[in-house]
Design a binder for this molecule. Structure first.
Ligand SMILES: Nc1ncnc2c1ncn2[C@@H]1O[C@H](COP(=O)(O)OP(=O)(O)OP(=O)(O)O)[C@@H](O)[C@H]1O
Ligand SMILES: [Mg+2]
Length: 341
């Protein structure tokens, strides 16, 4: 894996999501973007840490490039020369002088991804860069000024790194003057619909086809899924759905098989525990939230009672004290994606 990835403006994603957590993040992001302060962006894998870093860069008004560096992918031997460059003859094989990534980021933003992976000696140099705004290429005696904004991201708890002697405490304090936490998707269930639809539309547009509509049961399932891989996992699922759905509607059968298993780390019996928080949509007006909730209840009730009676509608109707036509209507509504047949 290369340590430096493409930073073309074309891959600048718009930060989507209108959940209170996302609005709050966007507000703080806009506040800090214009300052020269370092920012520590924390969050689980796939939550959008790099997307946040790119947004800060875009809003900062800095005209230089955005240079993302994956600290976990840098080779331990070469990390210092990769970051700070080296002089000719600095070590065997250094036939000519080479500029480092700090130089590449001048006038722009230097994004240290997985900063917790940096070796201790490199952390010392980074601290100097943050405090004095200077650095020294390997084998060079003179200090150089660096006009860069430093952003860093971590999924690890750096405080744990400090107690375990893997991370410098002074560097942590310097980096985390501003800390932005990107919440996991399960803490902002309200964003699932918008993000999923966005990625389905995007993948269908690339394939030149009309995006399929999501059935209500699918929406409910997606909102209930805990998304351990966060937005990245959701994007992958949406791309699968966009590419693989044969019809105009996405049914439960069109979801990837991995999503149909009980959610990871949640035993089957724990499932109902996650229902209320994700299903009572206090982000919607009462009548709409009530309709969604009741539609979902009807569908799940009918599905379950049918399953218990080998899909025999008469038997299910008798057991549930419903009439056959009601059951058929609810089944049909599930198939047509929520519209009254
Ligand atoms: N709020 C968002 N709106 C739109 N796209 C998003 C959002 N958050 C993340 N993404 C997209 O999800 C994918 C994963 O995001 P990103 O790479 O920023 O996550 P990360 O936290 O850096 O992940 P990792 O910890 O694995 O490095 C990217 O394609 C990104 O564009
Ligand atoms: Mg990342």
């Amino acid at each position: 894996m290369p340590a430096i990835r493409s930073s073309a403006p074309a891959d600048l994603p718009r930060l989507r999501g209108t959940s209170p957590a996302m609005e709050q993040l966007r507000k703080r992001l806009a506040q800090v973007a214009k300052t020269p302060l370092p920012v520590l962006i924390s969050g689980e894998t796939g939550t959008g840490k790099e997307a946040v870093a790119r947004s800060i860069h875009e809003l900062s008004g800095r005209t230089g490039p955005f240079i993302p560096v994956d600290c976990a992918a840098l080779s331990m031997q070469l990390v210092e020369t990769e970051l700070f460059g080296h002089e000719r003859g600095a070590f065997t094989g250094a036939n000519q002088r080479r500029e480092g990534l700090v130089h590449a980021a001048r006038g722009g933003t230097f994004f240290l991804d997985e900063v917790g992976e940096l070796p201790m000696e490199t952390q010392t140099r980074l601290l100097r860069l943050l405090e004095a705004g200077t650095y020294r290429p390997v084998g060079d005696q003179g200090e150089r000024r660096a006009d860069i904004r430093v952003l860093a991201a971590t999924w690890r708890d750096l405080r744990k790194g400090i107690t375990e002697g893997r991370f410098r405490e002074d560097l942590y304090h310097r980096l985390s003057i501003v800390e932005l936490r990107v919440p996991p998707l399960r803490e902002r269930v309200e964003d699932v619909d918008e993000l999923f639809e966005h990625f389905v539309v995007e993948s269908c547009a690339q394939a030149g086809r009309a995006p399929p509509a999501l059935e209500p049961a699918v929406r409910v399932h997606l909102r209930r899924w805990p998304w351990p891989g966060n937005v990245r996992e959701l994007r992958n699922v949406a791309q699968y759905v966009g590419a693989m759905t044969p019809g105009a509607r996405v049914t439960m059968n069109d979801l990837p098989p991995g999503l149909m298993r009980p959610p990871p780390e949640l035993p089957d019996t724990a499932l109902p525990m996650v229902f209320p928080a994700s299903e009572i949509r206090i982000d919607l007006p009462y009548m709409e939230a009530r309709r969604l909730f009741l539609d979902d209840f009807q569908q799940r009730y009918v599905e379950a009672v049918l399953a218990a009676h080998d899909n025999n509608v008469s038997g299910a109707a008798r057991a549930a004290g419903m009439d056959r036509r009601s059951i058929q209507r609810i089944q049909k509504r599930a198939r047509t994606g929520g519209r009254e047949p």
